[in-house]
Design a protein around this ligand. Structure first.
Ligand code: GTP
Ligand code: MG
Length: 149
């Protein structure tokens, strides 16, 4: 089954949005298979956001991601990569639709609450960057037949 990497950024943790965000993904029907709270190192933040290294906002982004605890998660389900991105909303919260996480809870692009992998290759890379295999739990919810036909 498809898996994606999601991370509640320091602003989401500080603002008490962890429960709300997990609830939305659970209620959608996705399965949580990895979860931890961690203080992110500069090295991990720079590797994770490596594609943005040359951008002017990169130093601020790394500083922000390392400024407080992050909740790192792996979620599983049919179409979870693209659907979680839809549930998260556009990068700039002022352009995110209401009903999305960023649309409901954010204003500034540098405080947009949550990260989500943007493609299958990115998801594989990010899951192995943030989690060891022993930290992921393969399990099947007893609700599966009520969620999938
Ligand atoms: P992530 O899920 O965090 O990767 O966001 P995204 O995929 O929607 O956007 P992208 O990967 O292009 O940018 C990564 C992060 O950099 C964003 O979530 C923002 O926090 C930050 N960012 C992107 N563009 C800008 C910008 O123009 N200004 C600032 N200050 N931050 C930006
Ligand atoms: Mg991105």
């Amino acid at each position: 089954m498809e898996r994606t990497f999601l991370a509640i950024k320091p602003d989401g943790v500080q603002r008490g949005l962890v429960g709300e965000i997990i609830q939305r993904l659970e209620q959608k029907g996705f399965t949580l298979v990895g979860l931890k709270l961690l203080q992110v190192s500069k090295e991990l933040a720079s590797t994770h956001y490596g594609e943005h290294q040359a951008k002017p906002f990169f130093p601020g982004l790394v500083e922000f991601i390392t400024s407080g605890p992050v909740v790192a998660m792996v979620w599983e389900g049919k179409g979870v990569i693209a659907t979680a991105r839809k549930m998260i909303g556009a990068t700039n919260p002022l352009n995110s639709e209401p009903g999305t996480i960023r649309g409901d809870f954010g204003i500034d692009v540098g405080r947009n609450v949550i990260h989500g992998s943007d493609a299958p290759e990115t998801a594989v890379k990010e899951i192995s960057l943030w989690f060891g295999p022993e930290e992921l739990v393969a399990w099947s919810s007893s609700l599966t037949p009520w969620i999938y036909e």
